[in-house]
Design a protein around this ligand. Structure first.
Ligand code: SF4
Length: 323
């Protein structure tokens, strides 16, 4: 591991003023430390933000404000979350392992890096790790890669579960920029598709620090998170679906569907939600939703299996959610 300076910030102001080019913030460190050991990330300065007091979940009118340092375990187990936002609790529990969830934080989870094996292999070209070097995955072995939102420069998958549920719940990410000014951004558009700059993964400006996630009141009482993976636990999604629906008199009056394992960002297509809204549930309708969702997909050898898998999973989730 490359030597680095270590600072422990006492408050948000100190965290901001200590940050300089080449610095990273560390909270749980469950992803960052691995990448530092592999020398995929080689910061000059590591700023520990674990003691900033951002570890509370507060009622905020009808919703919740989740501190950036709330652990994934605490968030999944919070009685309010389990009762009103069960899709979030289930998505969290579907991620990683118990030990990792105890350390991993809400803010860090949003910023976790792709698990593309070429990104982690310094011997191969990777535009995300070294801009302009190429993409070994394009001619390499693919499985945990994206089929939606890809570019000619990168097709790395966003590996999140929590972020998929947050997309279906219309959460917002709150942060302080390097000047200490509080800002917020909807989770929609927070993660950026690779385009020509795969190394730029979110809208966060340099030096910004996530402080909390705002979770509005749920728009649907029928909530499901289902994840298909290669083994029963401690594995990333091949495909996952977060569904938040509400039905009235036999019709879908609110539909919010988000997907993991498919996109370079946590994926949600407003056209799919609109197609379902106002309709009576049926298998024909669910198939149309799958057609619409997968129409822009660009599968390759190694990822083509995701299309029929997504269709079956979406049908099953919608069938269960509308029963
Ligand atoms: Fe790197 Fe993206 Fe290509 Fe993977 S898919 S090797 S992360 S550029």
């Amino acid at each position: 591991m490359k030597p680095f300076d270590y600072y422990r910030a006492a408050d948000l102001t100190e965290a901001a003023t200590t940050h300089q080019p080449g610095s990273v913030f560390i909270a749980g460190g469950t992803n960052l430390v691995d990448l530092m050991k592999l020398q995929v990330m080689t910061p000059d300065r590591v700023i520990d933000i674990a003691r900033l007091g951002l570890d509370r979940i507060e009622d905020d009118g009808d919703g919740l404000r989740i501190g950036a340092l709330v652990s994934n375990s605490d968030l999944a187990g919070d009685p309010r979350v389990r009762k009103r936002w069960p899709v979030l609790s289930r998505a969290l529990l579907a991620g990683a392992s118990g030990q990792l969830r105890n350390k991993a934080t809400t803010g860090g989870n949003l910023l976790q890096r792709t698990r593309c094996p070429y990104f982690q292999d310094l011997a191969t070209p990777c535009n995300k790790r070294t801009p302009g070097s190429g993409c070994a995955a394009m001619g390499g072995e693919l499985r945990n890669h994206a089929v939606l939102g890809t570019s000619a420069h990168c097709l790395a998958l966003n590996p999140g579960d929590m972020a998929v549920a947050l997309r279906a719940l219309d959460a917002a990410v709150e942060f302080r920029d390097a000047q200490g000014i509080a800002q917020a951004h909807p989770i929609a558009g927070f993660h950026l598709p690779p385009g020509t700059t795969p190394d730029v993964e979110t809208v966060l400006p340099p030096g910004a620090l996530i402080t909390s996630v705002a979770l509005p009141a749920p728009q649907g009482d029928r909530q499901i998170y289902r994840k298909v993976r290669d083994r029963a636990s401690y594995a990333f999604a091949l495909v996952s679906v977060a569904a938040v629906l509400r039905l009235e008199r036999g019709r879908i009056v609110h539909a919010a569907l988000a997907f993991g394992g498919l996109g370079t960002v946590p994926w949600r297509d407003p056209a799919v939600d609109a197609l379902l809204t106002g309709e009576a549930p049926s298998m024909a309708l669910f198939d149309k939703a799958a057609d619409l969702l997968l129409h822009p997909a660009q599968p390759r050898e190694g990822t083509a299996f995701k299309l029929p898998l997504t269709r079956r999973l979406l049908r099953a989730v919608l069938e269960e959610a509308t029963q």
